[in-house]
Design a protein around this ligand. Structure first.
Ligand SMILES: [Zn+2]
Ligand SMILES: [Zn+2]
Length: 241
């Protein structure tokens, strides 16, 4: 079977038979998780970095900034990460990005939807904006995983989703870069998509991405939107890398 056919089958079966556990593929009566897999999910709770959701092990009261955010000014208000990116969450995100598991955007998007009630996000946003992929990478992957996640969140919350940003630089994968390198690498990587200027002006935007690590991608997106007249930008990622 060629790659496209198996991709199509995995996409179609994922959408047709969602009554399988998203973690172990065992049968489930409802929802996305069997009791065992649900128990292994690790939501990010307090205490965690006020700005980027980096979790802090131990007991801490009051607001806390991690070493990555301390002394740094971001253009977004805060970046909420819903889940710790390990175990099944990590596998689903990996599958969504690298193994054509488009269906994984549904359980992951549900997590993103649950994250919308985080008090750090403030008022309900006017629009959900997926972090864009460069067109070349999007073509390679067949979809933008962040757009699928934003759509699932939009479907559940009824908040509109709009591709207000376009990625104009195809930056190499950043996984192994340190913070300074990432920031340099991302400089001017995004622009407001053509015809979207009017929608950006005055908008309260929530950026959506699969994973947040140093916050540099969100920051560059937020900077682009604020420069184009957005009123406020926050960010939400499903996983904390
Ligand atoms: Zn399971
Ligand atoms: Zn932080």
């Amino acid at each position: 079977m060629n790659r496209n056919a198996s991709r199509l089958i995995s996409v179609v079966t994922g959408f047709l038979f969602p009554r399988q556990c998203a973690g172990c593929q065992g049968a489930v009566a409802r929802g996305w998780w069997c009791p065992e897999c649900r128990q292994k999910l690790v939501p990010i709770r307090e205490p965690r970095c006020e700005c980027c959701s980096h979790p802090f092990e131990g007991v801490l009261s009051g607001k806390f900034l991690c070493p990555n955010c301390e002394g740094r000014t971001f253009h977004f208000e805060s970046a909420v990460a819903v889940m710790s990116s390990r175990g099944v969450v990590r596998e689903l995100i990996h599958g969504l990005k690298y193994h054509s598991m488009a269906w994984a955007a549904r359980p992951l998007g549900e997590m993103g939807f649950n994250g919308l009630c985080d008090p750090r996000l403030g008022d309900v946003p006017d629009v959900l904006v997926p972090v864009p992929l460069h067109p070349l990478r999007r073509r390679e992957r067949g979809y933008n995983q962040s757009q699928l996640l934003a759509r699932e969140m939009g479907r559940r919350s009824r908040i509109p989703v709009a591709g207000l940003l376009r990625r104009v630089r195809n930056t190499p994968t950043q996984t192994h870069f340190d913070r300074a390198r990432r920031m340099k690498n991302l400089k001017r990587a995004f622009v407001v998509a053509s015809g979207m200027g009017e929608r950006v002006r005055g908008a309260n935007v929530l950026l959506v991405d699969d994973v947040v690590t140093t916050g540099s991608t969100f920051d560059e997106c937020a900077r682009t939107l604020l420069e184009a007249g957005a009123d406020r930008v926050s960010a939400l990622a499903i996983g904390r890398g």
